[in-house]
Write a protein that binds this ligand. Structure first.
Ligand code: MG
Length: 371
């Protein structure tokens, strides 16, 4: 008899109860209607719920704005940083910047400015098109914590956009960090930081640490003695969708509600039979995780099954397994095995035996492996 152990050693099967009526999952939460927002003509336009911080006319929304110059719709770094008069917590920030053309200086001295969220956490602004520097200090870096995933900086004199998605850190009443800050940034539309967890503030000469601060803070643009230009700055305060749980999750079937019940069978199994053909027990147990939600009274009844095959690292389609070299019989068994997993729509567990079915047809039989 030929071994029929597939290359796949872990199998996840998800089984949901068959119903003659369509079954719909309902999460039991009554959501508020999301407010309507006019997004504007293109991605650079402030959406209708944005707070415009600089529209090209003046820096009245900023402290120290009178120390910078505003000309032709563009603000240029002057003496000292500027900080928004309004403070923000979780937010989406759009900002456009351009480094001096022709470039002057090198490394950190070439087109350096910065966007400090909450006045403390810097996303670097730098001419990383012309000049090299340490990577966690280049344009798009969370300063001294992470480089951008890629360098999407445009030439000096051209306009760069940052779209920053910010989740502020949370502190308890005693000042202890409850959850860190997270940042996602698209630079010129290119994702460069994806839900990066900040280690704390972003100083030049200290270890990054969190220091408790109020839930909102200003946006600060840095003066690093380079005449970097800015335009089109707007921010949206972010509040997630609101809702309240009005009941527990359930399934809706016709006019009936069925509570969600969850069964998970997890274990190692040795393949014993494919169809009606006995196979020699493999020496490599198969990890099977069967999850089942719905009406557990249908546990051994007719179910619908969909399957995902993994070996822990890779994901296979049920049929897309690599066949082992072997006899035509062995290969056929593997084909039958994977096909059976994709077609199985019911299972039963009896003692140490697991059987998978398609309707009434027995597809696969396993014995529980010794742990
Ligand atoms: Mg800087």
């Amino acid at each position: 008899m030929t071994k029929a152990c597939p290359v796949v050693c872990a199998v996840m099967l998800v089984i949901v109860a068959h119903q003659s009526l369509a079954k719909e999952f309902q999460n039991g939460i009554k959501w508020d209607t999301p407010p309507k927002v006019d997004p504007g003509q293109d991605a650079h336009d402030p959406p209708s719920d944005a707070i415009v911080l600089f529209d090209g006319t003046n820096l009245d929304a900023w402290n120290n704005g009178d120390q910078w110059t505003v000309e032709d719709g563009v603000a240029t770094v002057g003496r000292g940083g500027i900080s928004t008069k309004q403070e923000f917590g979780d937010c989406q920030l759009h900002i456009e910047w351009s480094s001096p053309d022709p470039p002057t200086g090198e490394g950190q001295g070439c087109g350096n400015s910065g966007v400090y969220i909450m006045g403390r956490y810097e996303v670097q602004v730098l001419d990383s098109y012309s000049s090299d520097t340490y990577h966690d200090g280049q344009a798009g870096a969370v300063y001294k914590q992470s480089p951008p995933a890629v360098n999407a900086t445009r030439k000096p004199g051209e306009w760069n956009t940052y779209d920053i998605f910010w989740t502020c850190p949370r502190f308890d009443n005693s000042g202890k960090l409850v959850s860190p800050a997270y940042i996602t940034v698209a630079h010129n539309g290119v994702l460069i930081l994806n839900h990066f967890e900040l280690k704390g503030e972003t100083p030049f000469d200290r270890v990054p640490r969190y220091r408790a601060h109020p839930p909102k803070g200003p946006i600060v643009l840095q003066d690093h003695h380079n005449p970097v230009q800015f335009r089109n700055i707007w921010v949206r305060e972010f509040k997630p969708a609101q809702g309240i749980r009005v009941r527990e999750p359930h399934f809706r079937v016709g006019d009936k509600d069925i509570p969600v019940k969850y069964v998970q069978i997890e274990g190692k199994w040795l393949l014993k039979q494919v169809g009606d053909q006995q196979v020699e027990p493999s020496d490599e147990p198969i990890q099977l995780i069967i999850t089942y939600d719905g009406d557990v009274s249908g546990y051994t009844g007719v179910n619908r099954m969909s399957g995902t095959l993994t070996d822990g690292d890779r994901l296979f389609g049920p049929i897309a397994t690599t066949r082992r070299a072997g006899s035509p019989e062995a290969m056929q068994l593997e084909v039958d095995f994977t096909r059976s997993l994709s077609e199985a729509n019911a299972f039963e567990v009896e003692g140490a035996t697991l059987r998978l079915f398609a309707g009434d047809e027995l597809l696969l039989v396993f014995d529980r492996a010794e742990e």
